[in-house]
Design a protein around this ligand. Structure first.
Ligand code: ADP
Ligand code: MG
Length: 263
């Protein structure tokens, strides 16, 4: 496979930061149809290592499908997806191997209900990464600290609020040492008063340099945390740029009309 090119985000190619920046995700001319319904129409998008990209847009515009094409939970109809130097769309790719490097957090927290918080975090570490039980617990406890849930390691998911469950789900993802994380509306199922604690965890991950692609309706969060915002509508990237530009000063009528409805 052809390795993805490094995005030339600044005109000054001699700048050190640009020269050393690698591409975490490269999506090239991606199309996805379900039957005759073309849901993604020629999407091209790059996410640099350490970059936080928020994807916004109306319901049904293809945001989840785009995210799911990154780890090939959905198979693209055409086009290419690279994660690091690995082409996900190459039939010979080690799909499980690459997926192991990608964390995914969904709207529904998907914790195992019959396992404690700590067990939820250790099971994949021991089964998939072959870590020892002791090592897995150590990693789990470290990540529970990161999301402020260390005090609940013996609780069962049903004993936790939605916000706490989602923080545990993030810690579980982190325990696999992902090189990048995908979030699909991680706060949409939460009561409004619980949204902030999950966003705060995501903000701290961003500050630590985690590469993240986040589908969200939280415009204030996107403005504050995203390095780049991508507005999708009807299967197209209509507008992309800094949060200040796309949310603060949208150029396209469709972006303006969407923001008018959600802000
Ligand atoms: P969004 O996340 O922006 O709300 P989705 O990516 O979930 O949008 O959906 C975009 C379109 O793709 C919708 O019309 C939806 O019905 C369709 N779609 C998504 N997943 C499937 C699927 N597995 N089978 C058939 N159609 C699907
Ligand atoms: Mg969706």
């Amino acid at each position: 496979p052809i390795p993805p090119s490094t995005p030339d985000t600044t005109a000054d190619a001699t700048a050190d930061a640009t020269a050393t920046r690698t591409t975490a995700i490269s999506i090239r001319n991606l199309k996805k149809s379900f039957g005759s319904n073309e849901v993604l129409k020629d999407i091209s998008l790059e996410v640099a290592t350490g970059e936080v990209v928020c994807v916004i847009g109306p319901s049904g515009s293809g945001k989840s499908t785009l995210l799911r094409c990154v780890n090939l939970l959905e198979e693209p109809t055409s086009g290419q997806v690279f994660v690091g130097a690995d082409e996900m769309t190459d039939p010979d790719v080690d799909l499980d191997g690459v997926r192991r490097r990608i964390g995914m957090v969904f709207q529904s927290f998907n914790l195992f209900p019959h396992l404690t918080v700590l067990e939820n975090l250790t099971v994949a570490q021991t089964k998939v990464l072959k870590r020892s039980r002791a090592q897995a617990r150590e990693v789990a406890r470290h990540n529970l600290e990161r999301v402020g849930m260390a005090h609940k390691e013996d609780a069962y998911p049903a004993q936790l609020s939605g916000g706490q469950q989602q923080r545990v789900a993030i810690a579980r993802s982190l325990s696999m040492d992902p090189e990048l994380m995908l979030f699909d509306e991680p706060t949409s199922a939460l009561d409004p008063e619980l949204v902030g604690e999950v966003l705060a965890v995501m903000k701290s991950l961003a500050a630590e340099g985690m590469t993240m692609m986040i589908v969200t309706h939280e415009m204030a969060f996107a403005r504050e945390v995203a390095h780049r915002v991508v507005f999708m509508d009807d299967g197209y990237v209509v507008e992309a740029g800094t949060a200040a530009d796309v949310i603060g000063n949208p150029q396209e009528a469709r972006t303006r009309s969407f923001l008018h409805r959600v802000l």
